[in-house]
Design a protein around this ligand. Structure first.
Ligand code: GAL
Length: 416
């Protein structure tokens, strides 16, 4: 699937650089996802092998013992491969008994009892990407089953859908079909069970059909790119593309930059700081795609950075994007630009990013959208450095990031 998804990434970059005056359509408005969801997903840990009760309960316990629950991580999401390969005689999805010896509902109940939430995964098409039953033609039935189990979160993938040639390949990129209608079918199915269970709806069609322009009338968040393939190139590809679509994201409907790979020994410590910091200020869902049993102390400290989590969870829900201080070089497509800023309810967040090599990055606050020529108090969230003045300057190693919160007076929050 990788080669096809690369094409999607290119299409997405093209769209992301188009004009930005698109009117947001009516929001889904199910009252969920007013700030980006925080949690964990099983996929990166061991793909199909981690779609089990053991991983779900173990992760829920880790959320508590590692202090992640207290910081807001709440969704324990099971991805592809949780069911058997065929439906039962009534057409219902069946939890694989070897992975769910007690069924799904008992696990959901236990996780709810721990003050946490539970998510599941499915697919628009006839099969999921790994070949398990999809929801095609069965959306209402599947929604009823999810609601009866008390599932809180549903990720809807885009494999095995009809293609121009009448086939249903694992991934069809034919322009003839627009994925929107398929995602609306599941939206309506979930809406019809809302009185039983209000379910968060995450769209996963890899940024097709400019999903950011209509995603918030369909779901609570939408993947805006091909997968994070657990390498620096993915972080760079996704992080750079996020700058062009920030205006479409807001409370109840957020661009989803895909799972975090902090703690998987795939990035340097600098890159892990950049990855977490950038996803957070872009108001992406913070869904951990890692194994909490083996995470290092350094990686754990990154995902537990309360100052950065608070920025991600700020009630305004407005993503940061790039700005260009006078005298700085122009952004380069596909590279993560050095200067980012976004509004907060009590200030402004500035991201300084050494995306292409070690750098000393300085910014005058008067160049920052939302700030003026006065003196401000600031705090950098990784180092804890604080100061007051008209500018900041940070020397950063290759692929590192500084996340600076500039506090403004209360009037600011009333003006944005
Ligand atoms: C992909 C999706 C991944 C993961 C995988 C499971 O399409 O982007 O996040 O869910 O399917 O098969």
């Amino acid at each position: 699937m990788k080669y096809i998804l690369a094409a999607a990434a290119l299409a997405q970059i093209a769209v992301a650089t188009e004009g930005s005056d698109h009117e947001l359509e009516k929001r889904l408005d199910n009252g969920l996802g007013l700030t980006p969801p925080m949690g964990w997903s099983s996929w990166n840990v061991a793909q199909c092998a981690s779609a089990s009760e053991r991983y779900a309960i173990d992760t829920a316990n880790k959320f508590i013992s590692l202090g992640l629950k207290d910081l807001g991580y709440s969704y324990v999401n099971i991805d592809d491969c949780w069911s058997t390969k065929s439906r039962d005689g009534s057409g219902n999805l069946v939890p694989d008994p070897s992975k769910w010896p007690n069924g799904i509902k008992s696990v959901v109940d236990r996780i709810h009892g721990m003050g946490l939430k539970f998510g599941l995964y499915g697919c628009v098409g006839t099969m999921t990407c790994a070949g398990y039953p999809g929801s095609w033609g069965r959306e209402a039935q599947d929604a009823r089953l999810l609601a009866s189990w008390g599932v809180d979160f549903w990720k809807h993938d885009a494999c095995y859908t009809p293609c121009t040639n009448g086939q249903t390949p694992q991934t069809c990129w034919s322009a003839q079909f627009n994925t929107r209608a398929w995602y609306e079918t599941m939206r309506d199915a979930l809406a019809s069970v809302r009185s039983t269970k209000n379910i968060y709806y995450n769209l996963c069609q890899w940024g097709r059909d400019s999903v950011w322009t209509w995603g918030n009338s369909v779901g609570n968040s939408w993947r805006m790119s091909a997968d994070n393939w657990q390498d620096w190139d993915s972080v760079e590809r996704i992080g750079s593309a996020a700058a062009g679509i920030s205006q479409y994201s807001g409370p109840g409907g957020f661009n989803d930059l895909d799972m975090l790979i902090v703690g998987n020994n795939k990035l340097t410590e600098n890159e892990e700081r950049l990855h977490f910091g950038l996803w957070a200020i872009c108001k992406s869902p913070l869904i951990l795609g890692n194994n909490l049993n083996t995470i290092s102390a350094a990686s754990l400290a990154i995902i537990k950075n309360k100052g950065i989590i608070d920025i991600n969870q700020d009630r305004l829900g407005k993503p940061a994007t790039i700005f260009r201080p006078s005298g700085s070089p122009a952004p380069v497509s596909g590279r993560i630009y050095s200067y980012w800023a976004g509004p907060l309810s009590d200030g402004v967040v500035i991201g300084l990013v050494a995306g292409t090599g070690a750098a000393t990055l300085s910014v005058n606050f008067r160049d920052v959208p939302g700030l003026g020529s006065g003196s401000y108090s600031w705090r950098e969230m990784y180092s804890g450095r604080t100061g007051t003045g008209t500018s900041v300057s940070f020397s950063l190693g290759n692929h590192d990031m500084a996340v600076i919160k500039v506090t403004t007076s209360e009037w600011y929050s009333q003006c944005v």
